[in-house]
Design a protein around this ligand. Structure first.
Ligand code: SF4
Length: 279
């Protein structure tokens, strides 16, 4: 690794002997310039990995390629978004793990706002897994119709509730293998439940916003959510995994839109390789 934490040194720093054959004044000027360049390089690098990441904007090389470079960007992204969205949280309404599981199943291909308009009636009629397990699927379909794909979602909800009753005494399990075995539950939903209902950081929720932003920020080039999750996990502290998803989702909904991201006002602009390239 290069000195100064990996900062690439100017050519003149590596070859000070190139001044041979010049006047003393030139040598002094070159030496002075080299020292200035060194100071700037060290200062820039110290800023980039320093303590005040969320306040001062370091210039990070575009398109991080190495894991070390991605770690720097990831650290800055996390700190900046924490400062930007101190209240970031799951935007689905729920009071317990069962309700969050139902809401997350309904959120597929649907907005959280629409789900939140639907779930009060669902939970009023089916307050727990036992009640939902005994439901007539057509009745559930009517309640969840506005969330789209209502037949398959109703089938998943009733099937999930029956599995909870039959295998877990009506409770929601706390392991990814058990969760993904439930009807209508994939890894993304399992991570939502564990991270939000149980405060367990076993994985990172990779939804459409997390996919888009992590690619735009150069943190991954993986094409699928499983690959993206694997690549993101070592870049962020485990205790922040659930929060990270909320932060990226909030930023994706408010600034880094799928079409026409608002790069001009984005707090990640100086570290984002995609800034101003997506008009
Ligand atoms: S600079 Fe633009 S593309 Fe990059 S994260 Fe911000 S809004 Fe998204």
């Amino acid at each position: 690794m290069a000195r100064n934490g990996g900062v690439r040194q100017p050519v003149s720093v590596k070859r000070p002997g190139k001044a041979t054959g010049t006047t003393n004044a030139n040598v002094v000027n070159d030496a002075s310039r080299v020292k200035t360049e060194q100071r700037i390089a060290v200062k820039r690098n110290a800023r980039s990995i320093g303590q005040k990441l969320s306040q001062k904007a370091p210039l990070v090389a575009k398109s991080p390629k190495t894991k070390a470079a991605k770690l720097v960007v990831a650290t800055i992204v996390l700190e900046r978004l924490k400062a930007e969205y101190p209240d970031a949280h799951c935007e689905l309404d729920y009071r317990n793990p069962f309700e969050l599981l139902c809401a997350t199943i309904l959120s597929a291909q649907c907005t959280d706002v629409r789900v939140n308009m639907t779930t009060p009636a669902l939970f009023l009629r089916y307050a727990n897994a036992s009640a939902l397990a005994a439901a007539v699927p057509e009745d559930v379909e009517e309640i969840v119709r506005s969330t789209g794909f209502f037949r398959s979602k109703a089938k998943s909800l009733v099937g999930m509730a029956r599995a909870l009753v039959e295998q877990y005494g009506g409770n929601v399990p706390t392991g990814i293998p058990e969760l993904v075995a439930l009807p209508g539950v994939g890894r993304k939903t399992a991570n939502v439940i564990l991270g939000n209902a149980f405060d367990l950081n076993d994985g990172i929720v990779v939804d459409t916003h997390v996919q888009r932003l992590s690619r735009r920020l150069g943190l991954t080039r993986e094409p699928d959510p499983i690959g993206i999750e694997k690549e993101l996990m070592p870049l962020f502290p485990r205790e922040d995994w659930a929060l990270l998803s909320h932060l990226l989702i909030w930023h994706g909904r408010r600034v880094c839109f799928a079409r026409k991201p608002a790069c001009a006002t984005c707090v990640l602009r100086d570290v984002c390789p995609s800034a101003d390239t997506l008009r």
